[in-house]
Design a protein around this ligand. Structure first.
Ligand code: AHR
Length: 337
Protein backbone atom coordinates (compact mmCIF):
# COMPACT_ATOMS: atom_id res chain seq x y z
CA UNK A 1 0.00 0.00 0.00
CA UNK A 2 1.40 3.38 -0.92
CA UNK A 3 -0.88 5.02 1.48
CA UNK A 4 -3.21 6.44 -1.22
CA UNK A 5 -6.76 6.32 -0.04
CA UNK A 6 -9.42 4.84 -2.38
CA UNK A 7 -12.61 6.65 -1.72
CA UNK A 8 -16.05 5.31 -2.57
CA UNK A 9 -19.06 7.53 -2.92
CA UNK A 10 -22.00 6.27 -0.97
CA UNK A 11 -25.30 6.67 -2.96
CA UNK A 12 -28.56 7.20 -1.25
CA UNK A 13 -31.44 4.78 -1.99
CA UNK A 14 -33.23 7.43 -4.12
CA UNK A 15 -30.06 8.06 -6.19
CA UNK A 16 -29.61 4.32 -6.76
CA UNK A 17 -33.23 3.98 -7.92
CA UNK A 18 -32.81 6.90 -10.36
CA UNK A 19 -29.59 5.44 -11.80
CA UNK A 20 -31.32 2.09 -12.27
CA UNK A 21 -34.32 3.73 -13.99
CA UNK A 22 -32.15 5.83 -16.34
CA UNK A 23 -30.07 2.75 -17.24
CA UNK A 24 -33.24 0.81 -18.04
CA UNK A 25 -34.51 3.65 -20.25
CA UNK A 26 -31.18 3.93 -22.10
CA UNK A 27 -31.18 0.18 -22.64
CA UNK A 28 -34.74 0.31 -24.01
CA UNK A 29 -33.89 3.15 -26.41
CA UNK A 30 -30.85 1.19 -27.59
CA UNK A 31 -32.93 -1.93 -28.27
CA UNK A 32 -35.67 0.00 -30.07
CA UNK A 33 -33.32 1.94 -32.34
CA UNK A 34 -31.36 -1.17 -33.27
CA UNK A 35 -34.55 -3.14 -34.08
CA UNK A 36 -36.44 -0.55 -36.16
CA UNK A 37 -35.99 -0.38 -39.96
CA UNK A 38 -33.30 2.04 -41.08
CA UNK A 39 -34.91 5.41 -41.67
CA UNK A 40 -34.23 7.43 -44.77
CA UNK A 41 -32.36 10.57 -43.88
CA UNK A 42 -33.38 13.87 -45.46
CA UNK A 43 -30.65 13.67 -48.10
CA UNK A 44 -31.41 10.02 -49.00
CA UNK A 45 -35.11 10.86 -49.40
CA UNK A 46 -34.25 13.70 -51.76
CA UNK A 47 -32.13 11.29 -53.85
CA UNK A 48 -35.23 9.30 -54.76
CA UNK A 49 -36.71 9.75 -58.24
CA UNK A 50 -40.35 10.73 -57.82
CA UNK A 51 -42.80 9.05 -60.21
CA UNK A 52 -46.51 9.87 -60.36
CA UNK A 53 -48.46 6.93 -61.82
CA UNK A 54 -52.06 7.32 -62.93
CA UNK A 55 -53.57 3.83 -63.12
CA UNK A 56 -56.87 3.15 -64.93
CA UNK A 57 -58.48 1.25 -62.05
CA UNK A 58 -58.76 -2.33 -60.87
CA UNK A 59 -61.25 -3.72 -63.37
CA UNK A 60 -59.46 -6.99 -64.12
CA UNK A 61 -56.88 -9.55 -63.00
CA UNK A 62 -54.64 -8.09 -65.71
CA UNK A 63 -54.88 -4.64 -64.09
CA UNK A 64 -54.09 -6.04 -60.62
CA UNK A 65 -50.98 -7.75 -61.99
CA UNK A 66 -49.99 -4.53 -63.74
CA UNK A 67 -50.34 -2.51 -60.52
CA UNK A 68 -48.22 -5.00 -58.57
CA UNK A 69 -45.55 -4.90 -61.28
CA UNK A 70 -45.41 -1.08 -61.19
CA UNK A 71 -45.36 -0.87 -57.37
CA UNK A 72 -42.56 -3.44 -57.16
CA UNK A 73 -40.49 -1.75 -59.87
CA UNK A 74 -40.75 1.72 -58.32
CA UNK A 75 -39.84 0.80 -54.76
CA UNK A 76 -37.69 2.87 -52.39
CA UNK A 77 -35.10 0.06 -52.53
CA UNK A 78 -34.88 0.66 -56.30
CA UNK A 79 -34.42 4.40 -55.72
CA UNK A 80 -37.96 5.65 -56.39
CA UNK A 81 -40.82 7.28 -54.58
CA UNK A 82 -44.03 6.22 -56.33
CA UNK A 83 -47.17 8.34 -56.04
CA UNK A 84 -49.91 5.95 -57.12
CA UNK A 85 -53.37 7.11 -58.17
CA UNK A 86 -56.25 4.72 -58.98
CA UNK A 87 -58.66 6.53 -61.31
CA UNK A 88 -61.49 4.01 -60.86
CA UNK A 89 -62.08 3.82 -64.61
CA UNK A 90 -62.73 7.57 -64.97
CA UNK A 91 -60.77 9.76 -67.36
CA UNK A 92 -61.55 12.94 -65.40
CA UNK A 93 -59.90 11.36 -62.34
CA UNK A 94 -56.81 10.60 -64.42
CA UNK A 95 -56.68 14.23 -65.61
CA UNK A 96 -56.97 15.45 -62.00
CA UNK A 97 -54.21 13.03 -60.93
CA UNK A 98 -51.87 14.34 -63.64
CA UNK A 99 -52.55 17.94 -62.54
CA UNK A 100 -51.74 16.92 -58.95
CA UNK A 101 -48.49 15.32 -60.09
CA UNK A 102 -47.58 18.55 -61.90
CA UNK A 103 -48.30 20.58 -58.73
CA UNK A 104 -46.15 18.19 -56.71
CA UNK A 105 -43.33 18.69 -59.25
CA UNK A 106 -42.73 14.95 -59.71
CA UNK A 107 -39.75 13.90 -61.84
CA UNK A 108 -41.78 11.69 -64.20
CA UNK A 109 -45.45 11.11 -64.96
CA UNK A 110 -46.55 7.63 -66.02
CA UNK A 111 -50.03 7.33 -67.52
CA UNK A 112 -52.01 4.16 -68.27
CA UNK A 113 -54.78 5.90 -70.25
CA UNK A 114 -58.32 4.59 -70.08
CA UNK A 115 -59.13 5.86 -73.59
CA UNK A 116 -57.12 7.13 -76.54
CA UNK A 117 -58.72 10.57 -76.91
CA UNK A 118 -58.90 13.59 -74.61
CA UNK A 119 -55.34 14.03 -73.35
CA UNK A 120 -54.00 17.00 -75.33
CA UNK A 121 -54.76 19.73 -72.77
CA UNK A 122 -53.35 18.03 -69.69
CA UNK A 123 -50.32 16.65 -71.54
CA UNK A 124 -49.61 20.17 -72.82
CA UNK A 125 -49.65 21.30 -69.16
CA UNK A 126 -47.17 18.56 -68.22
CA UNK A 127 -44.94 19.52 -71.15
CA UNK A 128 -45.03 23.20 -70.13
CA UNK A 129 -43.98 22.13 -66.62
CA UNK A 130 -41.03 20.24 -68.14
CA UNK A 131 -42.12 16.84 -66.78
CA UNK A 132 -41.54 13.87 -69.09
CA UNK A 133 -44.63 11.70 -69.59
CA UNK A 134 -44.40 7.98 -70.27
CA UNK A 135 -47.51 6.25 -71.57
CA UNK A 136 -47.92 2.60 -70.61
CA UNK A 137 -50.24 -0.23 -71.70
CA UNK A 138 -52.92 1.48 -73.84
CA UNK A 139 -52.18 4.13 -76.47
CA UNK A 140 -53.08 7.83 -76.56
CA UNK A 141 -54.14 9.66 -79.70
CA UNK A 142 -52.71 13.20 -79.49
CA UNK A 143 -52.48 16.03 -82.04
CA UNK A 144 -48.79 16.46 -81.23
CA UNK A 145 -46.70 13.29 -80.71
CA UNK A 146 -44.21 15.33 -78.65
CA UNK A 147 -46.78 15.63 -75.84
CA UNK A 148 -45.42 12.37 -74.45
CA UNK A 149 -41.85 11.12 -74.28
CA UNK A 150 -42.39 7.45 -75.06
CA UNK A 151 -44.83 4.56 -74.87
CA UNK A 152 -44.60 0.87 -73.95
CA UNK A 153 -47.42 -1.64 -74.30
CA UNK A 154 -49.21 -4.21 -76.44
CA UNK A 155 -50.04 -4.14 -80.13
CA UNK A 156 -53.73 -4.81 -79.56
CA UNK A 157 -54.60 -4.71 -83.28
CA UNK A 158 -52.08 -7.48 -83.81
CA UNK A 159 -53.71 -9.38 -80.92
CA UNK A 160 -57.07 -9.13 -82.71
CA UNK A 161 -55.51 -10.16 -86.04
CA UNK A 162 -53.77 -13.26 -84.68
CA UNK A 163 -56.97 -14.32 -82.87
CA UNK A 164 -58.90 -14.01 -86.15
CA UNK A 165 -56.24 -15.92 -88.11
CA UNK A 166 -56.41 -18.70 -85.51
CA UNK A 167 -60.22 -18.78 -85.80
CA UNK A 168 -59.97 -19.02 -89.60
CA UNK A 169 -57.57 -21.93 -89.34
CA UNK A 170 -59.16 -23.82 -86.44
CA UNK A 171 -62.92 -23.23 -86.30
CA UNK A 172 -65.30 -24.79 -88.80
CA UNK A 173 -67.93 -22.33 -90.04
CA UNK A 174 -70.51 -21.04 -90.15
CA UNK A 175 -69.59 -18.99 -87.05
CA UNK A 176 -72.26 -17.06 -85.13
CA UNK A 177 -70.24 -14.75 -82.93
CA UNK A 178 -71.09 -13.02 -79.64
CA UNK A 179 -68.68 -10.10 -79.16
CA UNK A 180 -68.02 -8.79 -75.62
CA UNK A 181 -66.08 -5.55 -75.93
CA UNK A 182 -63.80 -3.72 -73.51
CA UNK A 183 -64.02 0.01 -72.64
CA UNK A 184 -65.17 1.73 -75.81
CA UNK A 185 -62.48 4.16 -76.99
CA UNK A 186 -59.58 2.33 -75.36
CA UNK A 187 -56.86 1.05 -77.68
CA UNK A 188 -57.26 -2.42 -76.12
CA UNK A 189 -60.89 -2.45 -77.25
CA UNK A 190 -60.31 -0.73 -80.60
CA UNK A 191 -57.46 -3.03 -81.67
CA UNK A 192 -59.27 -6.25 -80.77
CA UNK A 193 -62.58 -5.04 -82.23
CA UNK A 194 -60.94 -3.88 -85.48
CA UNK A 195 -59.26 -7.28 -85.80
CA UNK A 196 -62.60 -9.09 -85.46
CA UNK A 197 -64.43 -6.70 -87.79
CA UNK A 198 -61.77 -7.24 -90.47
CA UNK A 199 -62.27 -10.99 -90.00
CA UNK A 200 -66.03 -10.62 -90.39
CA UNK A 201 -65.53 -8.83 -93.73
CA UNK A 202 -63.17 -11.52 -94.99
CA UNK A 203 -65.18 -14.56 -93.91
CA UNK A 204 -68.59 -14.64 -95.49
CA UNK A 205 -69.82 -17.45 -93.26
CA UNK A 206 -69.12 -15.48 -90.07
CA UNK A 207 -72.03 -13.52 -88.55
CA UNK A 208 -71.96 -11.08 -85.67
CA UNK A 209 -75.07 -11.97 -83.65
CA UNK A 210 -74.44 -9.75 -80.60
CA UNK A 211 -71.98 -6.96 -79.74
CA UNK A 212 -71.87 -4.84 -76.55
CA UNK A 213 -69.30 -3.31 -74.18
CA UNK A 214 -68.58 -5.10 -70.88
CA UNK A 215 -65.76 -2.70 -69.91
CA UNK A 216 -63.31 -5.57 -69.25
CA UNK A 217 -65.27 -6.43 -66.06
CA UNK A 218 -66.27 -10.00 -65.11
CA UNK A 219 -69.73 -9.13 -63.74
CA UNK A 220 -70.56 -7.20 -66.92
CA UNK A 221 -69.39 -10.12 -69.08
CA UNK A 222 -71.77 -12.36 -67.16
CA UNK A 223 -74.65 -9.85 -67.42
CA UNK A 224 -74.21 -9.53 -71.19
CA UNK A 225 -74.19 -13.31 -71.64
CA UNK A 226 -77.34 -13.57 -69.52
CA UNK A 227 -78.91 -11.06 -71.93
CA UNK A 228 -77.82 -13.11 -74.97
CA UNK A 229 -79.19 -16.31 -73.44
CA UNK A 230 -82.47 -14.78 -72.28
CA UNK A 231 -83.07 -13.32 -75.76
CA UNK A 232 -82.57 -16.79 -77.25
CA UNK A 233 -79.81 -15.63 -79.61
CA UNK A 234 -78.26 -18.52 -81.55
CA UNK A 235 -74.44 -18.50 -81.26
CA UNK A 236 -71.48 -20.87 -81.29
CA UNK A 237 -68.50 -18.56 -80.59
CA UNK A 238 -67.81 -15.95 -77.89
CA UNK A 239 -65.10 -13.38 -78.64
CA UNK A 240 -64.42 -11.79 -75.22
CA UNK A 241 -61.92 -8.94 -75.25
CA UNK A 242 -60.39 -10.01 -71.93
CA UNK A 243 -60.20 -12.95 -69.55
CA UNK A 244 -62.47 -11.50 -66.88
CA UNK A 245 -65.37 -11.03 -69.30
CA UNK A 246 -64.72 -14.59 -70.52
CA UNK A 247 -64.95 -15.86 -66.91
CA UNK A 248 -68.29 -14.07 -66.52
CA UNK A 249 -69.54 -15.53 -69.82
CA UNK A 250 -68.47 -19.04 -68.76
CA UNK A 251 -70.41 -18.70 -65.49
CA UNK A 252 -73.53 -17.66 -67.39
CA UNK A 253 -73.20 -20.54 -69.88
CA UNK A 254 -72.81 -23.08 -67.07
CA UNK A 255 -75.89 -21.75 -65.30
CA UNK A 256 -77.83 -22.52 -68.50
CA UNK A 257 -76.37 -26.03 -68.87
CA UNK A 258 -74.19 -25.05 -71.84
CA UNK A 259 -70.72 -26.60 -71.84
CA UNK A 260 -68.04 -23.91 -72.46
CA UNK A 261 -65.37 -24.95 -74.93
CA UNK A 262 -67.54 -27.83 -76.24
CA UNK A 263 -70.97 -26.38 -77.10
CA UNK A 264 -69.49 -22.90 -77.56
CA UNK A 265 -65.92 -21.96 -78.51
CA UNK A 266 -64.49 -19.10 -76.45
CA UNK A 267 -61.76 -16.72 -77.57
CA UNK A 268 -60.16 -14.47 -74.95
CA UNK A 269 -57.29 -12.05 -74.39
CA UNK A 270 -54.72 -11.53 -71.57
CA UNK A 271 -53.65 -15.14 -70.84
CA UNK A 272 -53.73 -14.68 -67.09
CA UNK A 273 -52.85 -17.66 -64.90
CA UNK A 274 -56.45 -18.77 -64.15
CA UNK A 275 -57.49 -18.39 -67.77
CA UNK A 276 -54.64 -20.57 -68.97
CA UNK A 277 -55.81 -23.28 -66.58
CA UNK A 278 -59.21 -23.02 -68.31
CA UNK A 279 -57.48 -23.47 -71.68
CA UNK A 280 -55.85 -26.64 -70.31
CA UNK A 281 -59.19 -27.93 -69.02
CA UNK A 282 -60.81 -27.10 -72.38
CA UNK A 283 -63.32 -24.48 -71.19
CA UNK A 284 -61.47 -21.65 -72.94
CA UNK A 285 -60.57 -22.36 -76.54
CA UNK A 286 -57.93 -19.72 -77.29
CA UNK A 287 -56.22 -17.08 -75.15
CA UNK A 288 -54.13 -14.34 -76.77
CA UNK A 289 -51.42 -12.99 -74.50
CA UNK A 290 -51.49 -9.37 -73.33
CA UNK A 291 -48.59 -9.00 -70.92
CA UNK A 292 -49.16 -6.68 -67.91
CA UNK A 293 -45.68 -6.84 -66.37
CA UNK A 294 -44.71 -3.32 -67.45
CA UNK A 295 -43.02 -2.13 -64.24
CA UNK A 296 -39.46 -3.11 -65.20
CA UNK A 297 -40.05 -1.87 -68.77
CA UNK A 298 -41.13 1.59 -67.64
CA UNK A 299 -38.26 1.69 -65.14
CA UNK A 300 -35.81 0.87 -67.92
CA UNK A 301 -37.21 3.80 -69.98
CA UNK A 302 -36.75 6.15 -67.00
CA UNK A 303 -33.21 4.86 -66.46
CA UNK A 304 -32.42 5.66 -70.08
CA UNK A 305 -33.77 9.18 -69.64
CA UNK A 306 -31.79 9.57 -66.41
CA UNK A 307 -28.61 8.69 -68.33
CA UNK A 308 -29.47 11.37 -70.89
CA UNK A 309 -30.34 8.83 -73.58
CA UNK A 310 -33.35 8.98 -75.92
CA UNK A 311 -35.47 5.82 -75.57
CA UNK A 312 -37.44 4.37 -78.47
CA UNK A 313 -40.65 6.32 -78.90
CA UNK A 314 -42.75 3.12 -79.11
CA UNK A 315 -41.85 -0.24 -77.54
CA UNK A 316 -44.15 -3.17 -78.37
CA UNK A 317 -44.08 -6.19 -76.08
CA UNK A 318 -43.66 -9.60 -77.76
CA UNK A 319 -46.79 -11.68 -77.22
CA UNK A 320 -47.97 -15.16 -78.17
CA UNK A 321 -51.22 -17.13 -78.16
CA UNK A 322 -52.17 -20.23 -76.24
CA UNK A 323 -54.48 -23.09 -77.16
CA UNK A 324 -54.67 -26.75 -76.18
CA UNK A 325 -51.93 -27.61 -78.69
CA UNK A 326 -49.11 -25.51 -77.19
CA UNK A 327 -49.97 -25.11 -73.51
CA UNK A 328 -48.54 -27.19 -70.65
CA UNK A 329 -48.69 -27.04 -66.86
CA UNK A 330 -44.98 -26.13 -66.85
CA UNK A 331 -45.65 -23.06 -69.02
CA UNK A 332 -48.44 -21.95 -66.66
CA UNK A 333 -46.27 -22.52 -63.56
CA UNK A 334 -43.49 -20.35 -64.98
CA UNK A 335 -45.67 -17.38 -65.82
CA UNK A 336 -45.47 -14.26 -63.72
CA UNK A 337 -49.18 -13.40 -63.73
O1 AHR B 1 -55.28 -2.52 -71.58
C1 AHR B 1 -55.14 -3.85 -71.25
C2 AHR B 1 -56.48 -4.44 -70.98
O2 AHR B 1 -57.05 -3.77 -69.88
C3 AHR B 1 -56.51 -5.89 -70.60
O3 AHR B 1 -56.74 -6.74 -71.67
C4 AHR B 1 -57.68 -5.93 -69.71
O4 AHR B 1 -57.82 -7.12 -69.00
C5 AHR B 1 -57.46 -4.71 -68.93
O5 AHR B 1 -58.48 -4.33 -68.12
Amino acid sequence: MNGKMVRFKCFSEIELKSIFLISCLLFLVLILTSCSAPQKTGSEESDLIVVGFSQVGSESDWREANTVSMVEAFSVENGYRLIFDDAQQKQEKQITAIRNFINQEVDYIVLAPITMEGWDTVLTEAKAAGIPVIIVDRMVDTNDPDLFTCWVGSDTRREGDIAVKWMEENLAGPLRIVHLQGNIGSSAQAGRTDGLEAGLKENKDWTLVFQAPGDFVQAKGQELMEEVLSEGIDFNVIYAENDNMAYGAIDALKEHGIVPGKDVKIISFDAAHDALNLVLSGELTLDVECNPLHGPRVRSLIEQLERGETPEKFTYVDEVLFDASNLTEEIIAQRGY
